[in-house]
Write a protein that binds this ligand. Sequence first.
Ligand SMILES: Cc1cc2nc3c(=O)[nH]c(=O)nc-3n(C[C@H](O)[C@H](O)[C@H](O)COP(=O)(O)OP(=O)(O)OC[C@H]3O[C@@H](n4cnc5c(N)ncnc54)[C@H](O)[C@@H]3O)c2cc1C
Length: 467
Amino acid sequence: MRTVAVIGAGISGLAAAYHIKKLARERGAEISLIVFERGATAGGKIVTDKVNGFVIDAGPDSVVAERQKFEEFCGELGIGRDLIEPKAGSEGVSVLLDGKLERLPDGMRLMLPAKLAPLLSTGMISPLGKARAAMEVLVPKKSGDSDEDAASFVCRRFGREVYDRMAEPLLAGIHAGDPGHTSLRCAFPVLEEIERKHRSLILASRAKETAAHKKDVRFESFANGMAELTSALSAAVGLENIRLGKNVRRIARAETSMPKYLVEIDGDAPVLADAVVFATQAYEAGKIIEAFDKGVAALLGGIKYVPLITVSLAYRSAGVSDKMTGSGFLVPHREGRLLSAVTWSSSKWNRRAPEGYDLVRCYFNGAYSNDAFALDDDALISAAQVELKEAALITGKPLFGVVHRWDMGMPQYTVGHRERLDDLRRRLEGYSGIFMTGAWSNGVGIASCISNSEAVAQKVISYISGI
Ligand SMILES: Cc1cc2nc3c(=O)[nH]c(=O)nc-3n(C[C@H](O)[C@H](O)[C@H](O)COP(=O)(O)OP(=O)(O)OC[C@H]3O[C@@H](n4cnc5c(N)ncnc54)[C@H](O)[C@@H]3O)c2cc1C
C-alpha cells in the first residue's frame, strides 16, 4: 500500500486526487490517498454563496472548455445534467470607451479581430486605427525565439489603437494582469503559435486553420453555481480522504531506504508519504518546500499574484434588465476607472436570481493599481453602483451587495515564465516522488487546471507503480 499526499483542495488538488484514485483503481494499484486542505471547505477559489435566493459565485463563474471533454468529465462526476450554457441572447460583450458602451465587433477570435469587415465598420476605432489594423495581413513574423509581452504583440501586429480600445481589456481580464508584463508564450500560446505557423492572424482565421476553429470550445457553468463542480469532485475523491482545516507546514525527507516524505501538519502527527502532490498557490508551495530546497522555494515565491475583488449586486429587475444587453462589459485601463469588468450574471446564466430580480457582478482587479483594495466593503459597493450608473445607466439602488476579496487572486505569467517553469522542473527532477500542479503552472482557467492535474496524476501512478 503506497501513500499519496495531495496538498491543497482547490480545483487542481481535487482533480489530481480524483484522477489518482481513478487510475489506481483501473490499474489495480493499492493506494492510501490523503488530501490536506487548510481551509474549512474544499474548492479553493471556487466558492458559491446562496443569499436570499440568489446564486453568487465569489470566484470563477464559468468554465471555458472543450465541450465534449468537459461534458464527459462532468458526466463521470454525476453532474452532467446540471451543466448550463449562457442564455440565448446573451452573446456579445461591450467595452466602455470614452464613458459610453460600445459593442465589440463580431469576429473577435482569440481576443483579437479575426475578420476584417466587422473591424472596418466598428465605431470603436478611428479610420487611421482601422487602416493600421488592416495592415496586419502584411506585418512580418517576429524574428527570433524570445518571449514577448502580450501588449507588444498586439501593438506590433494591429497597432496601438486596437490594443488600447479592444485588446487590452480582454487580455487584462483573463489573467487580471497588465498585458504589458504578461508572457504571450505562456498566457496566450495560441496567438504565438498562429503567428509562427501562419504569420497573419487575420489570414489564418480566414483559412479556418486555427486551433479554435477545430475545437468546440464553450462557456459552461452549473445550475447551482460553480461549487457544484468541487462538491462533486470532493464526493468522488471521498470525503473521508479530505482532511479539512489542516495546514501543511513543511515537508521533510524521511530516513527510509526508499524515498519517502514526512508531511508536517500544524497540530497533528506527521504523515509518511511515498508521493507528495503540491496543489497550492505557488508562494504557499514555496513556503512548504523552503527548508527542503531553497532554490525551488525562491522560484515558486517569485511568481507574482495580483489581487481581485468581486462585488455582486442584487437588484429588482424594473429599470435594470433592459440595460443588461449581452453578457456584460469591459473597462479599458485608459478609462481611468476603478471597475475593470461587469458580468450581467442573471442575463447570462439561468437561476442566478429569483423571478423579478437581477444579479450583476462587478470586478475590480489589481492589474494596474490597488486603489480599490483600500476601500471597505460599503465603499466598494458604492463605487460599483456609481460606475454602473455612469456606464450602463443603472440608476436603481441594489437590494444588497456581496463583496469577495481575493488578496492573492491570480498568478501572473510574466515574461520569462516558461524559463522559470523549466528551471523548476529541472530542479524537481532530483526528487523522486514530488509533483506539482496549480493555476500558476500551465493555465489559470479551470479546464487547464483539470487537464494539468490529470497529467500529473498519470505521472504519480507511473511513479508509485514502479517503486
Ligand atoms: C475572482 C476570480 C474569478 C475567476 N474567474 C474564472 C472563470 O470565470 N473561469 C475560469 O476558468 N477561471 C477563473 N478564475 C481562475 C480560477 O478560478 C483559478 O485559477 C483556479 O480556481 C485555481 O485553482 P487551484 O486549485 O490551482 O488553486 P486554489 O483555488 O488557490 O487552491 C489552492 C488550495 O490550496 C490550499 N492551501 C494553500 N496552502 C496550503 C497549506 N499549506 N496546507 C494545506 N492547504 C493549503 C488553499 O487553501 C486552497 O484551497 C478566476 C479566479 C478568480 C480569483
